[in-house]
Design a binder for this molecule. Structure first.
Ligand SMILES: *Cc1c(COP(=O)(O)O)cnc(C)c1O
Length: 451
């Protein structure tokens, strides 16, 4: 079970894109124009964007040319559709597949047909948009995760607490069990196949469906191959098939692991449910075009059937993780698969005057180094943790980029005297997701920041 298998990148660069090279003053101006809200800084002004790894992977020459093969016959009649569905059914093993523009659209369609008012949905701290659609369909998401503490160094932090799960199954009305592959709120850690099998058996006893969020199923399969006994010799696609065997369906996005800009699906075994989900898909216009189906099909092949793809991706995240770890940055341990998480609550210096430490760090890192990162605040057992996520897009960076990012992040984390206090500029409580994303902030101590 080796953690690091030295290989070279399984591709060469054929089309490249210049990295913006702004000065400190220009970046300061960009931040000001963005209302000190890192989300509003324009991509053209960012050197390295680690805000997300969704829909921003490099496209291969084969993907670009497959776009032209798109058969846009209406609805589900095209050849592209048939090719894609056959491949997905073969790998994932579901009989019924409905394709959506992205994961959220699939979530919206699926949840409204499976949840009755006040039903519980048990899960491993599932994704924010999944929970949103569960709640808006009348459901109550509940965490039955086995992880009580993000500082726990067990790699399978995505596992379910079987006692907690059976307690809820026994005592509450449960619509379904929802398992996120590589649960993002838990630092992107995987669930083991052993645990998944046991949850599936439990679900069977109570006749409750187990539905995966398979957005990061490829990454979860790679973890199983690396760290679960008995899977070292299995191929990634075989592990994915086995994961899906222990589920009744899968609602997911293709934008993270499958090298595409759009796409999502609901893969199901229940035909009645599938028909409702597909009808909604049709009437709400959430399908993807034949050309996008071809690009996705090619992306699936490149990501799943070339074992070196995920090995190299993991090597990049482990490289960044090791740089930060060696420089004393408080990263979540062990390494993750698609990025590195930093626990800002574990920074040792005095920071009591800082109202919003995540925003402060995001602004500083951009200002000084041109790097954008994301922030997450998961709540586990009633207490929140302030995390920074450095998500690494597929096939975008080379080692010198990873080294620059690692060195830069460590330098800013350790530059304690420069931390800034930011406050939200409006006193009015910001309502709604979009207002939160677009609001402005006001720096209090910005003059203290020096280059
Ligand atoms: C991104 C994501 C989604 C939503 O998918 P979109 O395609 O962006 O709508 C759902 N679940 C997980 C785990 C995700 O990471």
């Amino acid at each position: 079970m080796s953690e690091y298998k030295e290989i070279y990148a399984p591709y060469i660069m054929s089309t490249v894109k210049a990295i913006p090279n702004l000065t400190y003053e220009e970046r300061a101006d960009c931040l000001k124009k963005a209302g000190y809200n890192i989300f509003k800084v324009k991509p053209k002004d960012i050197a390295f964007d680690l805000f997300t790894d969704s829909g921003n992977s490099s496209v291969s020459n084969m993907q670009s040319s497959s776009y032209l093969l798109g058969d846009d016959a209406p609805i589900t009649m095209g050849e592209s559709y048939e090719r894609l569905i056959n491949t997905i059914s073969k790998i994932f093993g579901y009989q019924f597949i409905s394709l959506f523009t992205q994961g959220r659209a699939a979530e919206q369609s699926f949840n409204q047909f499976i949840i009755n008012k006040d039903d519980h949905i048990l899960g491993n701290m599932t994704f924010s948009t999944s929970q949103h659609h569960q709640i808006s369909s009348g459901g109550i998401p509940v965490s039955v995760s086995s992880c009580n503490n993000l500082e726990d160094t067990n790699i399978f932090k995505g596992n379910i607490d079987l006692d907690k799960c059976s307690h809820f199954l026994k005592t509450k009305k449960v619509a379904y069990i929802n398992i996120e592959m590589c649960s993002n709120a838990l630092g992107g850690y995987p669930i083991s196949l052993d645990n998944l099998k046991q949850v599936y058996e439990l679900a069977d006893v109570y006749n409750i469906p187990l539905i995966l969020d398979g957005t990061r199923i490829l990454e979860n399969a790679k973890f199983i191959q690396m760290y679960e006994k008995g899977y070292e010799e299995k191929l990634i696609h075989e592990i994915i098939t086995e994961i899906c065997n222990y589920s009744h369906g899968c609602v997911m996005s293709f934008k993270k692991d499958f090298l595409t800009k759009n796409g999502g699906m609901a893969g199901l075994r229940d035909e009645v449910l599938f028909r409702k989900v597909s009808d909604f898909n049709l009437v709400s216009g959430q399908e993807i075009t034949g050309s996008d189906q071809e690009v996705l099909l090619q992306g699936i092949k490149e990501a799943i059937y070339n074992e070196n793809h995920m090995t190299y991706r993991f090597n990049q995240t482990i490289r960044l993780y090791n740089i930060l770890l060696n420089k004393g940055v408080p990263v979540l341990k062990p390494h993750s698969g698609h990025g590195v998480w930093i626990n800002l609550d574990n920074i040792s210096f005095e920071k009591t005057n800082i109202t919003n430490i995540q925003l402060s760090f995001q602004n500083l890192l951009y200002l000084k180094k041109g790097i954008r990162v994301g922030a997450e605040t998961p709540k586990i057992n009633g207490s929140t943790t302030k995390l920074i996520r450095l998500a690494i897009p597929h096939r975008l960076f080379v080692e010198s980029h990873i080294d620059y990012i690692g060195e830069s992040v460590a330098e800013v984390i350790n530059s304690e005297q420069h931390w800034i206090d930011y406050i939200q500029s409006t006193d009015a409580k910001v309502e709604g997701i979009i207002e939160n994303l677009l609001c402005d902030y006001e720096p209090k101590l910005v003059n203290e920041v020096t280059q």
